[in-house]
Design a protein. Structure first.
Length: 277
């Protein structure tokens, strides 16, 4: 084999998307359900006057109590167990001492490592009474995620997922953030393939049974443009309009996909109704 042929073969291997079997799906199922349960646990705590720092503490305690590790803790210098993205923060918001107030919307993103497998999910929360435009953005974002998941099946491509999300969100006069994407995962936090939340059906990587990845559209009420704050993590909308995000981890099956991170309590989108005592 020539050096040129060898280099091409190595590039093919590097670009190959990992395919996983039943044991991996079992591991991802366990990790995904615990991550979703962590978000369920936070529901009664997302209230006016509560700090995102306190929510981070609760998530850390939950992980420790359940034998899990928060994947974001000390990941590339990130020092918290969850991301909390409030109002015009698009993603990677850093928990801090500022209290939530009525009218805020917040995305909470949690990834827990269970027996070496990564369960990654995020969900929108409303704080007190929120505006109708905020409610509508949350509804559009949730439906965009659902349409992206519905596009996952063998023989489709990653472009089918992006096209389903983009066509719906833009028809609702919202914009799709292009600076961030979903990603493969499993025993590593970020892997191939990248899942763009925009694009054309038929473009990108062909989906095959055994692929594991997240779908996590970020949808803005205003324009799609974002910027990163000086902390190096927090992404915000440039026009300071509201942004929302939902995220699920999925595995491609023989006839569609399995979603590993559905809420055990049925808390799929706000407002979340706690059971009465």
């Amino acid at each position: 084999m020539s050096n040129l042929d060898y280099s091409y073969t190595m590039q093919q291997r590097e670009n190959r998307v990992p395919l996983h079997g039943p044991d991996a799906f079992a591991g991802m199922r366990k990790a995904g359900q615990l991550a979703a349960a962590a978000l369920d646990m936070l529901v009664p705590h997302v209230l006016p006057g509560v700090t995102t720092e306190r929510l981070d503490e609760l998530a850390f305690e939950f992980a420790m109590d359940n034998g899990a590790l928060p994947a974001t803790l000390n990941y590339r210098g990130f020092t918290h167990s969850i991301c909390t993205s409030v109002n015009h923060v698009v993603c990677h918001g850093i928990p801090g001492p500022k209290a939530l107030k009525s009218g805020d919307i917040v995305n909470i993103d949690v990834t827990l490592i269970v027996d070496g497998w990564h369960g990654d999910t995020s969900r929108m929360f409303t704080v007190g009474e929120v505006s109708r435009r905020a409610e509508r953005l949350i509804d559009v974002t949730f439906e965009a995620l659902c349409r992206g998941i519905a596009a996952v099946k063998p023989g489709h491509t990653t472009g089918h997922i992006g096209a389903a999300i983009q066509s719906f969100a833009e028809a609702e006069r919202c914009s799709v953030v292009r600076d961030f994407c979903g990603h493969g995962l499993g025993r590593v936090f970020h892997d191939r393939p990248n899942i763009l939340h925009y694009g054309e059906a038929g473009e990108g990587v062909v989906l095959q049974p055994g692929m594991l990845f997240t779908i996590e559209p970020m949808i803005n009420l205003g324009k799609a443009a974002v910027k990163i704050l000086p902390d190096g993590w927090t992404a915000v909308t440039r026009d300071r309009e509201l942004s929302a995000q939902f995220e699920h981890t999925v595995g491609v099956t023989a006839d569609g996909c399995e979603v590993f991170t559905y809420s055990p309590a049925g808390f799929h989108r706000p407002p979340y109704q706690l059971p009465s005592n």
